[in-house]
Design a protein around this ligand. Structure first.
Ligand code: F0G
Length: 357
């Protein structure tokens, strides 16, 4: 079998590249689709739930799928600098792929509102980091303005190549299941990813690979839920900083996905998001970041309520790795740890260990 060399080489027939395109890849894509064992039983429902673990991409999030395409095309077009606004994952991916390509990445991030792992990544990969006293939406506005005046390529999901790369996740799912799932649940921020997944399913349907497409379901954090409000949210706030977005860039596209797929949007509280993150880690051994848990948390709620019918096959995208945000994870376990049942500090003696177990 050929060595796997990333999603552009794997899916070149479906992507806007040719034999001369200088592919910039870190081996992204080809992520595990994990069938849940314990959660369906705990829900007491006959459903098949899979999680697509995008946290196992090279920089730990689904952004790598889009970034390999965006940076490849930027280089092909002669660009030597890229720029993005980010809640953290896009900046990590942009920085890594720019490093790989030997070009400069400028990243604009909201000061104090990005998870520690993501900041560490942008620093290590050598991006030029601009922390703004403002949020993602303001950063996005600045990126658009500066890009109209300076020779830099915008690699946010307004760059159409990003969605082209990200649609390949749907190809992988269809190939692995042998069909499209009945429901596909994702966390929604800018709504680029839900749009990209729908593009992927639609392309496979049009080319006859499958004859159906899933119902697309998008979940937001209730403090940052413009799709539930029907309008942009001025001051988005949520523990799931990755989706702390009030003015989604793919607004019309996402409404269209909802309509075409017969899907819906819903919202979760921060507590629900964190509970789902913990449950997935504890019951299945899969550690995702808070934003990602909105997909499984929302799906579990809709399965319990019967909105997602028994007998269904459900795929939840876990957009980012749990290691991205160690602070939130540790905070979340602190109460339990303080009770002393799960973590004790003891002397380095056999007696002490024996007592503790
Ligand atoms: N999950 C994670 C972990 C994310 O980082 C993002 C977006 C989303 C979900 C939402 O995806 O925007 O396509 O609807 N993160 C962007 C960033 C905004 O800057 O890293 P979307």
């Amino acid at each position: 079998r050929d060595r796997y060399t990333g999603l552009i080489n794997r899916y070149r027939d479906h992507l806007p590249v040719n034999d001369d395109t200088p592919v910039i890849s870190l081996g992204e894509g080809n992520t595990p689709l994990i069938r849940l064992k314990n959660i369906p039983r705990l829900l007491g429902k006959d459903v098949d739930i899979y999680v697509k673990y995008e946290g196992l991409n090279p920089t730990g999030s689904f952004k790598d799928r889009g970034m390999t395409m965006a940076v490849t095309k930027a280089v092909e077009e002669g660009s030597n600098a890229i720029i993005c606004a980010s809640t953290g994952n896009t900046s990590a991916a942009a920085a890594a792929y720019a490093a790989r390509a030997g070009i400069t990445a400028f990243v604009i991030i909201p000061e104090g509102k990005i998870a520690m792992g993501k900041l560490a990544q942008a620093m290590m990969y050598g991006a030029v980091i601009m922390q703004i006293r403002g949020n993602f939406d303001q950063g996005m506005q600045l990126v658009k303005e500066v890009a109209s005046q300076a020779p830099v390529t915008v690699v946010n999901s307004v760059n159409p190549y990003r969605l082209q790369g990200q649609k390949t996740a749907s190809f992988e799912i269809v190939e692995e299941l042998g069909r499209a799932p009945d429901y596909h649940c994702l966390p929604v921020g800018n709504a680029g990813n839900i749009t990209a997944h729908w593009m992927g399913y639609s392309e496979y349907r049009k080319s006859g690979v499958v004859n159906a497409a899933p119902v697309m379901v998008g979940y937001q954090a209730n403090g940052a839920a413009p799709f539930l409000r029907g309008a942009p949210v001025e001051d988005p706030e949520t523990v799931a900083t990755a989706i702390r977005i009030g003015n989604p860039q793919s607004w019309d596209k996402a409404w269209n996905v909802r309509k075409e797929s017969g899907g819906w949007f819903d919202e979760l509280t921060d507590q629900e998001i964190l509970a789902a993150q913990k449950m997935l880690a504890e019951k299945e051994g899969v550690f995702c970041e808070p934003a990602s848990a909105a997909s499984i948390g929302g799906a579990m709620r809709d399965i319990k309520a019967g909105k997602i019918a028994e007998g269904s096959t459900v795929v939840c995208t876990l957009t980012g790795n749990g290691l991205k945000d160690p602070d939130t994870a540790i905070d979340q376990c602190r109460d339990e740890l303080n009770k002393g049942s799960r973590m004790v500090t003891i002397d380095a003696t056999l007696d002490a260990v024996r007592d503790a177990i």
